[in-house]
Design a protein around this ligand. Structure first.
Ligand SMILES: Nc1ncnc2c1ncn2[C@@H]1O[C@@H]2COP(=O)(O)O[C@H]2[C@H]1O
Length: 226
């Protein structure tokens, strides 16, 4: 795919590329990735900046004992590499994995550094994104240390429903484990208990919450009924 084709396909990109230095048009590269591909491994040297134009990715931390902790899921249009470069670090602090097919527009680290020196509009968009990521990360930091699993799970389910506009939680137990930090064993036990108390249903192995259960779950969280 050429840059012209990508710009046509993703018109929202125009806002980001409006004042891009002319010479970068021929120096950037476009890569597409299938779902579940590692785009970047934690601690690997970072010598590029990328604009994720299409597709969703997740930011994870993998530990030596095999556990994976999901930090966040990012939507397009997003950036990769901006945090490390602005922090003046040579290596990233996290791993990035695609969750759907993704298209990324890449620039060299040097070209990105020159670009933000010249283009205050773009620098502002990049800073906004970094600030947004920090804001979102900080907002719920510590939740998992101080709330019991049923609270964390109900919160997770309600957020999922709001973000994905679906009453069926289309996630495997393993994925929920990675996103909430709750062990699969505790997850199974907690989901069973939530089902017994009528707060959730199960259809074909997936958790569901109808409108009345969502209302009850909100009330449950408000009251701290545990
Ligand atoms: N807490 C977070 N929230 C959203 N995105 C993040 C978070 N931490 C890292 N990232 C993204 O993952 C990228 C990894 O490379 P960078 O650190 O350069 O830039 C990072 C961000 O784009």
């Amino acid at each position: 795919m050429t840059l012209t084709e990508l710009r046509k396909k993703v018109p929202e990109l125009e806002n980001y590329l409006r004042y891009m230095p002319e010479e970068l048009k021929t120096r950037c590269t476009i890569k597409t990735y299938p779902p579940k591909t590692i785009i970047h491994q934690k601690d690997a040297p970072l010598d590029y900046f990328g604009i994720v134009c299409e597709g969703y990715h997740r930011v994870i931390n993998e530990f030596e004992n095999g556990n994976v902790f999901m930090i966040v899921r990012n939507d397009p249009i997003d950036f990769v590499g901006e945090v490390t470069i602005l922090a003046g670090k040579p290596r990233t602090s996290v791993t990035i994995e695609t969750t759907t097919a993704c298209t990324v527009l890449y620039f060299s680290r040097k070209d990105f550094e020159n670009w933000i020196e010249q283009d205050i509009h773009f620098l502002r968009l990049v800073s906004q994104k970094v600030a947004y990521k920090l804001y979102r990360s900080s907002y719920n930091r510590g939740n998992r240390l101080f709330y019991p699993p049923q609270h964390l799970l109900l919160l997770y389910f309600l957020r999922y429903i709001e973000d994905c506009h679906s009453n069926v939680i289309r996630r495997t137990r393993e994925e929920i484990h990675e996103e909430t930090g709750i062990s699969v064993k505790t997850l199974n036990r907690t989901i069973r208990k939530l089902k017994e108390s009528g707060l959730v249903g199960i259809t074909k192995g997936k958790v569901t919450l109808n409108a009345s259960q969502q209302e009850k779950a909100r009330e449950y969280l408000k009251q701290g009924m545990y």
